[in-house]
Design a protein around this ligand. Structure first.
Ligand SMILES: [Zn+2]
Length: 423
């Protein structure tokens, strides 16, 4: 690591923040007065061009792959060596922040720039990848382009229209000279990728609460989402006596509180949320006869999530029995936990520890990331960066140059450790 020390005072964190900020407005945004960078839009093209300039300045050869992802490559000691991929996503939600996704791409470029400046080559190549569609903010998709790279079939419909109804996936790709029928050609060979490493803002308040700049992700949460319908009996709010009521909304209230209680008592990143409630008929003078509520449960392991779901649904059945309600439960989404690679996670913990001088906090990511798709292709590791107030998907998203610089130093330390351990 000695060769790296003379570069540790470079203001890479400051430059990374400045670059994310530069990309937060026109022509890198399709929205007046805010950031909206949908997959394959005009701002997407401008952003890829700017990122490619920075990649080339950093010593990389650039290309756009068959799914519209931007890829920069810095060769290793021998040509065609397998690559360590550093990256995240280029697209943003509507009126999003500057750092969600983009910070991981820019930090990848800073990492390669550091080694290229030092003339350092590795037994592996370094690549930076900016994924085109993670957020699903243009087409009704999500992580479309990491599915393509990981070779995980998703079979998107080329005729699907974007939210504006102005283009299809096929026509949007064609504008970039790409063919929807060839997206699968973005798939990488398993023996060509040593690891995928994603730095990302935390999107939660845990690091800030712990007064720590960086955290290491142990797993991306297992998630299940349910739609629960409760049926009681609607009636006149003035004439139906309390003892005779079958109030579906009061039952829903019991279930909401049970979900909160069970979520609070959990460990390993367990969170349980009722975020939506439809009350029928929804009038001030009618006892609610039917309620539809959502239930979203996430945890660091499938087992932890499944136990919490079982406990919440048991409490819900108990409530229904007590209150004379009927209940229908529909499972709407079911995602397994994605554990990050154990060995890479240890190296990332070491890297964070040596940079920050304290043991690395280890977190479960409650939000999904491209890393969960890339885990089908290669071992993955994720580094979280503290963001102010845990706020994301919001223009108020914010990171400090000092934290970003710590992330940069953790990444270069991690790459050095990887070299040492890749024998
Ligand atoms: Zn993101």
């Amino acid at each position: 690591m000695v060769i790296l020390m003379d570069r540790l005072d470079t203001p890479s964190g400051q430059r990374a923040v400045a670059r994310c900020t530069e990309l937060g407005r026109a022509p890198y945004s399709d929205m007046e007065g805010g950031l909206f960078r949908p997959y394959l839009g005009p701002s997407y093209r401008a952003t890829c061009e700017r990122l490619a300039q920075w990649m080339e300045q950093a010593g990389m050869a650039t290309r756009m792959d068959a799914a519209g992802n931007l890829v920069g490559r810095y060769e290793g000691l021998v040509p065609d060596a397998p690559a360590v991929l550093l990256g995240s996503h280029i697209d943003s939600v509507r009126d999003g922040g500057f750092y969600d996704g983009m910070l991981g791409v820019i930090l990848g470029i800073e990492t390669v720039a550091h080694f290229a400046h030092a003339g350092k080559r590795f037994p592996f190549a370094l690549e930076v990848i900016g994924f085109g569609d993670e957020e699903g903010s243009r087409f009704p998709t999500g992580m479309l382009t990491s599915h393509a790279v990981a070779g995980v079939p998703q079979d998107p419909d080329p005729a699907m229209a974007d939210w504006a109804g102005e283009a299809t996936l096929a026509s949007a790709l064609a504008e970039f000279g790409l063919d929807a029928g060839h997206m699968h050609r973005a798939a990488r060979r398993r023996d060509g990728i040593l690891a995928y490493v994603e730095a990302h803002i935390e999107q939660g308040p845990a690091l800030e609460a712990a007064d720590r700049a960086l955290g290491v992700v142990s797993a991306i949460a297992a998630q299940q989402r349910y739609r629960i319908t409760l049926r009681g009996m609607a009636g006149h709010a003035g004439t139906v006596a309390m003892a005779l009521r079958r109030d579906a909304l009061a039952g829903a209230a019991d279930i909401i509180l049970a979900a909160e209680r069970i979520g609070r008592a959990g460990t390993d990143g367990l969170v349980a949320t009722v975020g939506s409630l439809d009350v029928v008929p929804g009038a001030a003078n009618v006892v609610p006869g039917e309620v539809v509520l959502s239930l979203d449960v996430r945890a660091g392991s499938n087992a932890g999530r499944d136990q919490a779901v079982a406990d919440i649904l048991q409490a819900a059945r108990h409530t229904c029995a007590q209150r004379g309600l009927e209940m229908d439960i529909t499972l709407q989404q079911d995602l397994d936990a994605t554990p990050c690679d154990g060995r890479l996670t240890e190296l990332m913990e070491q890297a964070v520890g040596s940079v920050t001088g304290a043991p690395a906090p280890v977190l479960v990511s409650g939000a999904g990331h491209d890393a969960m798709i890339m885990a089908h292709l290669a071992p993955v590791s994720m580094l979280f960066i503290r963001c102010a107030g845990g706020i994301s998907h919001n223009p108020a998203e914010s990171v400090t140059p000092a934290d970003t610089d710590a992330a940069f130093r953790a990444l270069i330390t991690f790459i050095g450790l990887l070299e040492r351990h890749s024998g």
